[in-house]
Design a protein around this ligand. Structure first.
Ligand SMILES: NC(=O)c1ccc[n+]([C@@H]2O[C@H](COP(=O)([O-])OP(=O)(O)OC[C@H]3O[C@@H](n4cnc5c(N)ncnc54)[C@H](O)[C@@H]3O)[C@@H](O)[C@H]2O)c1
Ligand SMILES: O=C(O)[C@H](O)COP(=O)(O)O
Length: 388
């Protein structure tokens, strides 16, 4: 029986894909965790946890270093909620371009006044604005979301400038040919009427939209942030809103700095909150966990390499999460050889400083072998996936 724990509500479209061999339990008894945005940084991670699946994209709520060194594989669900966010970004650009919210509020305030139609015709000019067609949109980060936003904005008649020094081949293939691929942020800042940011929050991207970046932007620019609030120096941004340098700041992250501040349009982290996105993320997350628990396969991990050994057809399968340094494989082979365990297949993959080894064996695996493998320095986790 495998045990899972959910730190946030996870769509039943995913949970129902766990077989009868799975049971929801308390955190301390579980093998794997499903999470959305719950902050895990202060959590004590029980030793039996083998994997965490983030039903979503951003993993800044998960202590990746701690997890990696405990041999805990962290998955996310790339692209599964990208369309939901894309639609919010388009809505954000429209809301920032005309005072649609102000107009609706004005109508609500009139109640059912008999002359409301006449009054509306008089008052409407205060809510007027501009169209997005023909304007320049700068997109920072051309991943799953950035690409969808770029293509949709092109179809809405915008001229799109994209910046992503690490763009994946897949993303590049999916990008409309009309998009200007820009190699420096200054061009985006100088040229664009709307700028939207779609990068992960890391030490390298924290506060990337700072005083200097804003200084380079066009007068009256609209900035959209559906990625993470900490990507923007919001204290500086509020000043830029007051000065009119930035016309509107559309953000999906409510916090005391932006909530109720003149010039901001703040939504309560709604980007992925659609039925479709929640279902897609949950389905992908559960699939990743099952494939890892049942077969040891890794797909879409952010801290360990992909590894696909399919279904084990031999007597047993051992997996090891370890440091990516010389002499590890030879130590594993020696332990198995000394115990008379025959290796029938072996895969070793690495991702940066960390590695994952999958060993299929044609003989049974004695418990002493597992103990000896665990004792090897820089081995973080040893799992018998099959053959216990
Ligand atoms: N508001 C929401 O509900 C919501 C939903 C999904 C994702 N997000 C946020 O949006 C982020 C992006 O999501 P995604 O699915 O597109 O992720 P993704 O991994 O598909 O794309 C991120 C892209 O950013 C690029 N990038 C990284 N550092 C960069 C830099 N310094 N400059 C330019 N580009 C850089 C990467 O190369 C990648 O192409 C997530 O990390 C998450 O924080 C928010
Ligand atoms: O990174 C993400 O996927 C989004 O921020 C969505 O977060 P949520 O799952 O808490 O809505």
């Amino acid at each position: 029986m495998y045990k899972y724990h959910c730190l946030n509500p996870i769509s039943d479209a995913g949970i129902s894909r766990f077989s009868e061999d799975y049971q929801e339990t308390a955190l301390e008894d579980s093998d794997v965790i499903l999470v959305r945005s719950a902050n895990m940084h202060e959590m004590q991670l029980p030793d039996n946890i083998k994997a965490i699946a983030r039903a979503g994209a951003g993993v800044n709520n998960i202590p990746l270093d701690v997890c990696t060194k405990k041999g805990v594989v962290v998955f996310n669900t790339p692209g599964a909620n990208a369309n939901g966010v894309k639609e919010m970004v388009i809505a954000g650009m429209l809301l920032a371009s005309r005072d649609i919210v102000g107009g609706i509020e004005w109508v609500e305030k009139q109640g059912n006044a008999s002359d409301i139609g006449k009054l509306a015709e008089k008052q409407k000019k205060q809510f007027a604005g501009c169209e997005i067609s023909g304007k320049k949109l700068g997109i920072i980060g051309l991943g799953a979301i950035g690409v969808l936003v770029a293509n949709a904005a092109t179809h809405l008649g915008m001229e799109v400038y994209g910046y992503d020094p690490y763009i994946s081949v897949d993303a590049a293939w999916n990008l409309s040919r009309t998009i200007h691929h820009i190699n420096d942020l200054e061009t985006i800042y100088r040229e664009c009427d709307y700028i939207t940011i779609h990068v992960p929050l890391t030490d390298g991207t924290r506060k990337m939209i700072n005083e200097e970046a804003i200084r380079h932007m066009k007068e009256g620019v609209v900035l959209l942030n559906f990625a993470r609030d900490l990507l923007v120096d919001e204290e500086v941004l509020v000043e830029a809103l007051k000065e009119g340098k930035v016309k509107k700041y559309v953000t999906d992250f409510a916090n005391p700095t932006v909530a109720g501040t003149q010039g901001t349009l703040v939504t309560p982290h709604l980007g992925a909150s659609t039925e479709e996105s929640e279902d897609n993320c949950a389905r992908m997350a559960v699939q990743e966990l099952r494939d890892y628990l049942e077969h040891g396969n890794i797909k879409n991990s952010v801290n360990y390499p992909n590894c696909d050994g399919g279904i084990c057809v031999d007597a047993g399968r051992i997996t090891l999460n370890h440091k990516n340094i010389p002499n590890m494989i030879s130590q594993f082979a020696k332990v198995l050889g000394d115990a008379g365990v025959n290796i029938s297949d072996m895969t070793n993959k690495s991702k940066g400083d960390y590695a994952y080894t999958m060993i299929d064996v044609s003989t049974s695996i004695p418990e002493s072998v597992v103990e000896s493998l665990r004792e090897i320095e820089d081995v973080y986790k040893v799992r018998i996936v099959k053959g216990e």
